[in-house]
Every structure is written in structure tokens, then in C-alpha cells.
Design a protein around this ligand. Structure first.
Ligand code: NDP
Length: 253
């Protein structure tokens, strides 16, 4: 039976919401879950000890440490400590390398969710100009690899990219993962393009909004994802999928 351990350190409000949503999804899918809510002052050693315990616990097939962790804890050390076969976020270097060569078990949940949306919408990536704005390890870079594996022609943009609008205007498939509210405007989008908004930004009025200015973008786009309700729920669905996969992998070990 699949079992997911979710570890959260500290009181970050956005992280609390994400963890609650993940717990709820486990309940809905009938996946056993354990939540470890640790205080802000938890030491790196204590966190590593918990990960070690969970790595060796047979009822747990997947381990997820909600990021970011507090500043006194080294994120890389924590990710490296998770058994790659239980790394349902696919952040461990072993899993990152597997994605690079195209022979992978786990895919980071957000880029995997984007690919699922594309597939379910009947969009063929092959030969398409795919432009990703953002190059983080958890979204932009793995997203680029997944689109490349599907034979897209991929351009990755970032904060040092020159003439960004020229690049985004060329996209048949545009993925925005910038973390700036309403950053991509309608005039930066090619007529009929598929626009996928990964951004989750909380405005001062507490409302959520994406990285794409939906009102102007939807007038030009052929297809567009909303925020909230687009990539976010897909990310959680992919976490459930990875947890089931982890249970199968760990059973055969
Ligand atoms: P990061 O902050 O790690 O990365 C942001 C990227 O955007 C960087 O590569 C940065 O470039 C680039 N960028 C920043 N400013 C500009 C600019 N002016 N022009 C072009 N590129 C720019 O963010 P994440 O990848 O972690 O997240 C991105 C967004 O997606 C956030 O809103 C986050 O909340 C959301 N998110 C949503 C998830 C979901 O489940 N839907 C899951 C994960 C994230 P550089 O590298 O040069 O600094």
C-alpha cells in the first residue's frame, strides 16, 4: 500500500496550505499519509535523523520535505539524504540525472502536471516552439527536459534574457514560471499559442494570481490555464501518482 510522509519545518503560511492540500489529496485517494510538523528551531541533524527513519520505514513509500526549509538548514543536504526510490518530488540528484537522460521513474510534480495537461488537451509537442520563462531546478529546467523528450524545440528564458518579448512571441507553447504576478501580458503571446501558467502569487488583497495576465492573454491564446485551478491541482495529482509509483518500486526492492 502506498504511504506518503510529508515533513514541514516552521510556520510558513503558504507551505502550510500546500501541505494541507497534499494531506487532503491522500485522504481522497486512499493513500496512507503521515505528517511531521516540526518547529522552526529544528536542527539539520534532527531533520536528517527523521529522514533516515522514514527511509527505512516499510509503510512509507514516498518522502516529501516541503520547501523552503528554514535558513539554518541546508536544502541540498536534506534533498540528498532522501532515498532516491522514495523521492516523490524528484529533486534528488539521482532522479534529476535520470530525467536528463530520459530514463526516469519520478518526474517533479509541477512539470509532470504541465505535461499531463498538454497530453490530455490533445496537443502534440513534436516540432513546436516551446518557450519556458524561468529556469529553477524544480520547474523551469525539468520542464525544458520533458518538452525536449517530446521533441519540442525548447528555449529557456530567465532574468538575464534579452528581448524576452521576442522570444515569448515565438512560442507555440509558452510556460510561465517566473514568480511575478501578471508578468506575461497578452502582447507577449503569439496568436493561438498554448499558455501554461505555473505561477502562484498572493496579491496584497490576499487573492491568488498567476504569472500571466489572464484578461489580456486569453484574448490571444488558443488555450490557457487559469490560476488558481490550473497547474496547482495537477501538481498534487502528480504527487499522488509518484507516491503510487514509489510503492511499486519499493515493493520490488
Ligand atoms: P524561482 O524564483 O526559483 O525561479 C523564477 C525564475 O524566473 C528564475 O529562473 C528567474 O531568473 C526567472 N525570472 C525572474 N524575473 C524574471 C524576469 N524579469 N524575466 C525573465 N525571467 C525572470 O521560482 P519557481 O520556479 O520556484 O516558481 C515560479 C512560480 O511558480 C512561482 O510563482 C511559484 O509560486 C510557482 N510554483 C507553482 C507550483 C504549482 O504547484 N503550481 C509549484 C512550484 C512553483 P534567474 O534564474 O535569472 O533568477
Amino acid at each position: 500500500m502506498p504511504g506518503l510522509a510529508v515533513i514541514i519545518v516552521g510556520e510558513d503560511p503558504a507551505s502550510q496550505v500546500y501541505v494541507r492540500n497534499k494531506e487532503r489529496a491522500c485522504e481522497e485517494c486512499g493513500i496512507y499519509s503521515e505528517k511531521y510538523a516540526l518547529p522552526e528551531e529544528t536542527t539539520q541533524e534532527e531533520l536528517l535523523e527523521l529522514i533516515d527513519t522514514l527511509n527505512n520505514k516499510s509503510s512509507i513509500s514516498g518522502i516529501l520535505v516541503q520547501l523552503p526549509v528554514p535558513k539554518h538548514i541546508d536544502e541540498k543536504t536534506i534533498i540528498d539524504a532522501i532515498n532516491p526510490n522514495k523521492d516523490v518530488d524528484a529533486f534528488h540528484p539521482v532522479n534529476v540525472g535520470k530525467i536528463m537522460v530520459g530514463n526516469y521513474d519520478f518526474v517533479p510534480c509541477t512539470p509532470a502536471g504541465v505535461m499531463e495537461l498538454i497530453k490530455e488537451s490533445g496537443i502534440d509537442v513534436s516540432g513546436k516552439e516551446c518557450v519556458i520563462v524561468g529556469r529553477s531546478n524544480i520547474v523551469g529546467k525539468p520542464q525544458a527536459m520533458l518538452l525536449l523528450h517530446q521533441n519540442g524545440t525548447v528555449t529557456i528564458c530567465h532574468s538575464k534574457t534579452k528581448d524576452l518579448k521576442e522570444k515569448t512571441k515565438n512560442a507555440d507553447i509558452l510556460v510561465a514560471a517566473v514568480g511575478i504576478p501578471n508578468f506575461i501580458k497578452g502582447d507577449m503571446i503569439k496568436e493561438g499559442a498554448v499558455v501554461i501558467d505555473v505561477g502562484i502569487n498572493r496579491l496584497e488583497n490576499k487573492k491568488l494570481c498567476g504569472d500571466v495576465e489572464f484578461e489580456t492573454a486569453e484574448k490571444v491564446a488558443g488555450a490557457i490555464t487559469p490560476v488558481p485551478g490550473g497547474v496547482g491541482p495537477m501538481t498534487i495529482a502528480m504527487l499522488m501518482k509518484n507516491t503510487v509509483k514509489a510503492a511499486i518500486i519499493n515493493k520490488s526492492k
